[in-house]
Design a binder for this molecule. Structure first.
Ligand code: SF4
Ligand code: SF4
Ligand code: SF4
Length: 803
């Protein structure tokens, strides 16, 4: 037996036998060798495995801490006042504590995705077996994050178990470092943050690979169907079943039941948040029309419940309001919880018959039920919806105030300002109340798009005025018109697409990828997303969407009545608009960058994270935007992008994440890399200028996006294109030329063609550059040379002659 290294053995009639399984040494390397795959130096890295790479990034992009709170109350020594970078009783200082707080958020986000991944993986293995192949479209590199991080090239669902084991082990180790008396250096907490972010993208990838493979979701499909989105799409004359959350596992049973019992036209099935996106991906690759509609983001949850339209609510996990049950109870809407992460104190009815549960809930014996058996759930949810619709209609439930009541409620307002003080966006509620007294409710209507429906105004009001309900009542006409289209999540970018576009991205002739991801905590309503995406698409950037941002983008139409999803094609090509899918599909965005390095540049991926990250940092013009980032998951997604050298901009609320990673463009020694051809040092442009930062407005954001798609490896045509967009966007949105444009010029061919002469004059007059006016050439001035064959790298060992 001791010779057995691979394969299977079975022993019948085992009795009094002791079996010892020794450590499986080098299993990844061995399997890879058998398959002819080269494994890089860091398969399954531990916390310190990529620390050198992190230090390289962090020496250029230094953490800037903006504490939300000056105290620490982690342990009973405290609470400790850390203001002025003082040390707490355990010796930790403010900076390290802020980094620790950020780490906590990042690993919470990563755990949410990993928890989702593990849950859906177990569920799908139960249904389809361990040998179910992973099928995600026409790709050989089907799990780029997984392979780069772990060295594992998964082929079946069973292979993903080992990947999850690794992610969970690492997350446990990271969580342990949060404990008092562990790490003391901010920089090492920062390295751990990047580690957590990297793990997050692996957990997300596992979740999406598993569900795409088993649930018939689009497989790298640019023709994924368009689905209806918006509160106005819901036909409230029919029974309405609303699903909220992120994990589509149990919802597919509901969809199957509806389909099998011919209920599609008899009821409405609609979703909020990422479950909604995944519902509309379910079985669409078999040409089936999506049954489900998308209501919208987290910001629509309370609005939808308060409207009284749902007859039954089903919740699963993540970004579900904690008061769903209480709010639903007020309007006689039963709530079904389906995941151990949210149980709301409800009785576990998983073992009971569907008939009994329906009877108890429809007679209000209990306000809801926990159902963890998805077969039972599949029957209960739709049947209960049909029943509740009649019951609630007979009860004559009134959800929102009448117009007369609106006026009366406005008159009750004493203009104390408490609501505005508590409103996260300081919305002008008092003004709306004043106008409401004169029956002018238009000002409430104006609040509707900007209001994230948090309900804090209601809680703050000393006169118990239901402010949110007033906003919603006044916006009924607007809500009825809230009908958009979103392209269903298409999954990965395929290998053939990378082959077609990779070269343009690396040379810069496709100016970059703008990935608009994350939640709905926007500073100024949802239309900003539309403006940003449209502007960048018109300029031939590839715009990639996911999650709540993908939904909100579909809510607006141009003068021809078209959404951007209808206006722009959805291939991985310049000027195309792609929705990869739900939150977990964000892994395909980083996966795309990894694929470019692997496929276009022929870099080895397996267990070779540092080299891949180094390649991406220097060559792939990509920027993430999480304009409405609110969640811990958004923090972990951003950190995962950051470890690959992809910069991320968050909206103004993102400053509450308490730290940014920002470079110092004026410090020349920070902007140098090695030329891998001979190991010599070469200067690079200060772009990306940051890894994580906030923008205050979209006017500030747009030129930032163009600038931070600039990369050292741009060829002259690419640099000219990127510089043109940077200068034009700055002129258009900020009203002036950017101050630093000349720093990105290496030769006259980098200059925007139409303005070349004018710009040469500025270079000569303002910056003292020497120009040969006869040939219109730059003779001296630039600090960087334009060399097509240069091989910029941050990693010395990758240089010729180094090992
Ligand atoms: S962990 Fe340290 S800083 Fe925080 S409360 Fe305890 S002693 Fe104070
Ligand atoms: S519900 Fe809307 S108006 Fe009220 S506090 Fe929240 S965001 Fe502001
Ligand atoms: S808190 Fe209530 S009473 Fe005070 S301004 Fe707001 S709506 Fe009026």
């Amino acid at each position: 037996m001791s010779d057995l290294e691979t394969g299977q053995f079975s022993i019948d009639d085992l009795e009094n036998v002791q079996i010892t399984i020794g450590k499986i040494v080098g299993a990844i390397e061995k399997k890879a060798k058998e398959e002819g795959v080269e494994v890089g130096p860091t398969p399954k890295p531990g916390i310190s495995g990529l620390r050198d790479w992190d230090y390289t990034l962090l020496s250029r992009y230094q953490p800037v801490y903006t504490p939300v709170c000056d105290q620490c109350c982690y342990c009973t020594f405290g609470k400790c006042d850390l203001s002025g970078n003082k040390e707490g009783a355990c010796g930790i200082n403010m900076e390290a504590h802020q980094a620790r707080e950020t780490l906590l958020r990042v690993i919470t986000g990563a755990a949410a995705h990993a928890g989702h991944g593990r849950h859906i993986l177990h569920h799908l293995i139960d249904l389809y077996g361990e040998d179910q192949p992973i099928e995600v479209g026409p790709s050989n590199l089907i799990a780029p994050n997984t392979q780069a991080v772990t060295g594992i090239k998964p082929e079946t669902l069973g292979d993903l178990e080992e990947v999850m084991d690794y992610v969970e082990e690492q997350l446990t180790q990271l969580l342990a470092t949060i404990h008092a008396g562990q790490e003391g250096a901010a920089i090492d907490f920062e390295s751990k943050i990047l580690h957590g972010g990297m793990l997050d993208h692996v957990g997300m990838e596992v979740s999406d690979l598993a569900q795409i493979s088993c649930l018939g979701m689009p497989k790298s499909d640019p023709e994924a169907p368009l689905v209806e989105i918006g509160m106005g799409c819901i036909d409230s004359s029919k029974p309405v079943l609303v699903v909220i959350g992120h994990n589509v596992a149990g919802v597919t049973n509901i969809m199957d039941y509806i389909h099998d019992h011919g209920l599609e036209d008899k009821m409405e099935l609609a979703g909020l948040c990422c479950t909604a996106i995944d519902m509309t991906r379910y079985q669409t690759d078999q040409g089936q029309k999506p049954q489900a509609k998308v209501i919208g983001t987290l910001a629509k949850e309370l609005k939808m419940i308060r409207s009284g339209v749902p007859d039954v609510i089903v919740v699963d996990e993540q970004c579900v309001r904690a008061d769903v049950l209480d709010e639903a109870k007020k309007l006689s809407i039963p709530v079904i919880t389906t995941n151990e992460k949210i149980m709301y104190g409800l009785r576990n009815r998983s073992e009971d018959s569907a008939a009994d549960i329906i009877e108890d809930l429809s007679t209000f014996k209990e306000p809801g039920a926990l159902i963890l058996d998805f077969d039972v759930l599949g029957e209960v949810a739709p049947e209960l919806t049909l029943k509740m619709s009649k019951i609630r209609e007979e009860m004559g439930i009134k959800a929102l105030p009448s117009e007369e009541e609106l006026q009366e409620l406005s008159a009750k307002c004493v203009q104390c300002g408490a609501c505005e003080m508590d409103c996260p966006d300081n919305l002008p509620i008092m003004e709306a109340m004043r106008a409401g007294v004169d029956k002018d409710f238009s000002k409430f209507e104006h609040l509707h798009d900007k209001c994230i429906a948090c309900g804090r105004c209601d809680q703050a009001c000393p006169k118990d005025i239901p402010v949110l309900n007033m906003i919603e009542k006044a916006s009924q006409k607007l809500i009825r018109e809230e009908k958009g289209l979103m392209r269903a999540g298409r999954g990965q970018i395929s290998d053939p697409e990378i082959r077609e576009e990779g070269v343009n991205l690396v040379l810069g002739t496709t100016p970059g990828i703008v990935a608009m991801v994350g939640c709905s905590n926007y500073p100024d309503g949802t239309k900003d997303l539309y403006k940003v995406a449209d502007e960048m698409l018109k300029r031939n950037y590839i715009v990639v969407m996911s999650g709540c941002s993908a939904m909100d983008l579909g809510m607006y139409k141009n003068e021809d009545g078209e959404t951007l999803y209808e206006k722009y094609p959805a291939k991985f090509l310049a000027g195309n608009l792609i929705n990869v899918g739900s939150c977990v599909s964000n892994s395909h965005i980083t996966g795309t960058a990894i694929k470019v390095a692997a496929i276009f540049a022929q870099r080895n991926v397996s267990g070779n994270y540092e080299e891949i990250a180094d390649y991406i940092t220097n060559r792939i013009g990509a920027v993430g935007v999480a304009w409405g980032a609110y969640s811990q998951k958004a923090a972990s997604i951003a950190s995962g992008c950051n470890r690959l050298g992809i910069p991320v901009v968050v909206g103004p609320h993102g400053s509450k994440y308490r730290r940014a990673l920002i470079g110092k463009p004026y410090q020349e020694e920070d902007w140098k890399v090695f030329d891998a051809r001979d190991g010599s040092e070469m200067p690079i442009p200060a772009a990306p200028e940051f890894l994580l930062t906030t923008a205050e407005s979209i006017e500030e954001l747009l030129p930032m996006l163009a600038k931070n798609c600039i990369r050292p490896s741009d060829n002259n045509m690419g640099r000219m294109i990127k510089l043109t967009h940077y200068m034009e966007l700055s002129q258009k949105y900020l009203g002036h030329m950017p101050e630093d444009w000349y720093k990105f010029v290496r030769t006259e061919t980098d200059l925007p063609l139409a303005k070349r002469e004018e710009l040469l004059k500025i270079l000569e007059a303002d910056h003292g550059w020497e120009i040969d006016w006869k040939r219109k050439k730059i003779l001296s001035g630039p600090t960087m040379k334009s060399e097509v064959s240069a091989q910029p790298t941050n990693v010395k060992r990758l240089c010729k002659g180094e090992c």
